[in-house]
Design a protein around this ligand. Structure first.
Ligand SMILES: Nc1ncnc2c1ncn2[C@@H]1O[C@H](COP(=O)(O)OP(=O)(O)OP(=O)(O)O)[C@@H](O)[C@H]1O
Length: 259
């Protein structure tokens, strides 16, 4: 399979910066200073299934700098996806606080949290999660539509995003006609709708061959280093360590220093 060269010539409009972040600091999180995109303090997660109680995360303290690529690594079942879901505002921790871009997720109402996620976080998953009946451009347009960018503006923005991930020539292809790497790049274009400051990815290269995986890693690195996005990623992929700024290791729900 030949991976299409990444074309990132078209600049992302209005790239995010840490601007104004200090204006929304929660004084309770004293370490937030505008350079931290993500701060977690004392995060616990306990799953209760009937009479079974399982503590998946224990007293997690974590800081991620704006513009960094930060990896969450560790053995299967160590709590990586649970932590990513909490930091992305998908799961609520049973204890502790999470602050993203100066705003405390753990104090937001459900509707405010949903809006915050939509505006500030782009999610990328291992299995791409594209709608099979929609073309590449329609998958991206749908995400734009949810963010209020509709009609002709939506189509043009979707095409622009596909161009940025080097896939404008596949705009009218259905997911079944795309390679794994191409599908993941459509998913990245979709995650970039609305210009989110934070990209959260769960094993984005796990389903890809080495060449496609490399293209996706290059793209994520460009997003962080040229466009100041903060990338938080769960991965088992050792190649990604080379481009990471920080690696956090989890074992049995507890953070460990890098080995
Ligand atoms: N909703 C849930 N209810 C009960 N237990 C859960 C739930 N979600 C996760 N767990 C448990 O929490 C632990 C951590 O799961 P998690 O998916 O976060 O691990 P992981 O490090 O991402 O694993 P993998 O690398 O295999 O994806 C596991 O033991 C899992 O079974």
């Amino acid at each position: 399979m030949t991976a299409t060269p990444i074309n990132f010539q078209v600049s992302l409009s209005n790239p995010p910066t840490p601007r104004n972040l200090t204006q929304t600091i929660d004084p309770a999180l004293d370490s937030f200073d505008g350079r931290k995109a993500i701060v977690a303090r004392g995060v616990d997660m306990v799953f209760q299934t009937g009479s079974q109680r399982f503590q998946a995360l224990k007293d997690i303290n974590l800081e991620v700098n704006v513009g960094d690529i930060h990896l969450l690594m560790g053995p299967s079942g160590s709590g990586k996806t649970t932590l990513l879901s909490i930091l992305g505002g998908i799961l609520t921790p049973t204890a502790g606080r999470v602050n993203l871009l100066g705003q405390e997720l753990t104090r937001m109402s459900r509707s405010k949290l949903a809006q915050f996620r939509l505006n500030h976080i782009g999610f990328i998953f291992q299995e791409f999660n594209l709608f099979p009946a929609l073309t590449a451009i329609e998958n991206v347009e749908l995400a734009l539509d949810m963010k209020g960018i509709k009609g002709r503006a939506g189509r043009s923005a979707a095409l622009d995003l596909l161009e940025q991930v080097g896939l404008d020539h596949k705009a009218k292809s259905l997911p079944r006609d795309l390679s794994g790497g191409q599908k993941q790049r459509v998913a990245i274009a979709r995650a970039l709708t609305g210009n989110p400051q934070i990209i959260m990815a769960d094993e984005p290269t796990a389903a890809l061959d080495s060449q496609s995986g490399h293209a996706v890693i290059t793209l994520l690195r460009k997003l962080a280093k040229e466009h100041n996005r903060t990338v938080l990623m769960v991965t088992h992929d050792p190649r990604i360590i080379d481009v990471a700024d920080q690696v956090t290791y989890l074992e049995d729900g507890v953070l460990h220093p890098a080995p």
